[in-house]
Design a protein around this ligand. Structure first.
Ligand code: HMH
Length: 221
């Protein structure tokens, strides 16, 4: 019998919140083809700013993986994620161009600022690796689960949004999220009670901020 990991146990415990983050009305509207394009554009512009703020956080996780992990494959998985962000930023610029959005004039909205503030606080050196990697996994996993849902059986996602959904909903990104989850589970297994508490709090904060981020996109229309 395979023992389930800490992250799976937490997702069961906080299932309602996790579903709120991964099956948000905004995502459901993409999936059923009723999405308001103005909401999508707001999401796109705001997420560009979020991804820029995600880079230094990802770099901090990379540093922790190098310093604190005895298994060097950890670092390579995270390095792959960090490297992919360069292409992701280019993708946002290109996509914004297609939709006629000027990214240089985008101002972060309150929920985005709050979320970036959480990233910044989790970047501090005193935040344990187990806590940071749990947050890192959760951030990626919410997007993976959300956008994969838009591509699944019976979805009516508009053609012009499919590439966006593919970006996070593709199988390779799913594998990457699984690798991050495995790394998180391994480190949580060795973590102190105090660290476990902090990691669970970080997971909940990520999920709450993800819900607020989707809400912000919908509220713009
Ligand atoms: C708000 N959460 C948000 N934006 C993203 N791009 C991701 C997660 C995935 O990287």
């Amino acid at each position: 019998e395979k023992k389930i990991g800490m992250t799976e146990a937490w997702l069961r415990k906080h299932r309602l919140l996790y579903t709120g983050a991964t099956r948000h009305p905004f995502i459901l509207s993409i999936r059923d083809g009723t999405v308001d394009i103005a909401a999508f554009k707001t999401w796109l512009a705001q997420d560009y700013l979020f991804v820029r703020a995600f880079v230094p956080f990802a770099a901090s996780v990379l540093i922790k993986a190098y310093k604190e992990s005895d298994d060097n494959t950890d670092m390579e998985v995270i390095l792959g994620g960090v490297a992919a962000l360069k292409d992701e930023i280019s993708w946002f610029k290109n996509e914004a161009n297609k939709w006629g959005i000027s990214l240089s004039n985008v101002v972060p909205q309150k929920p985005n600022k709050n979320y970036c503030g959480l990233l910044d606080s989790l970047t501090r050196p005193e935040v344990e690796y187990s806590v940071a990697i749990t947050a890192f996994w959760a951030i990626e996993a919410v997007y993976q689960e959300s956008f994969a849902h838009c591509l699944g059986e019976g979805s009516q996602t508009p053609q012009e949004l499919k590439e966006t959904c593919e970006r996070w909903g593709n199988e390779g990104f799913g594998q990457y999220c699984q690798s991050l989850q495995n790394i998180a589970n391994l480190h949580l297994q060795k973590a102190s009670d105090d660290e476990l508490k902090n990691a669970e709090v970080a997971l909940l904060s990520v999920l709450e901020h993800e819900v607020e981020f989707w809400n912000m996109s919908c509220a713009s229309v």
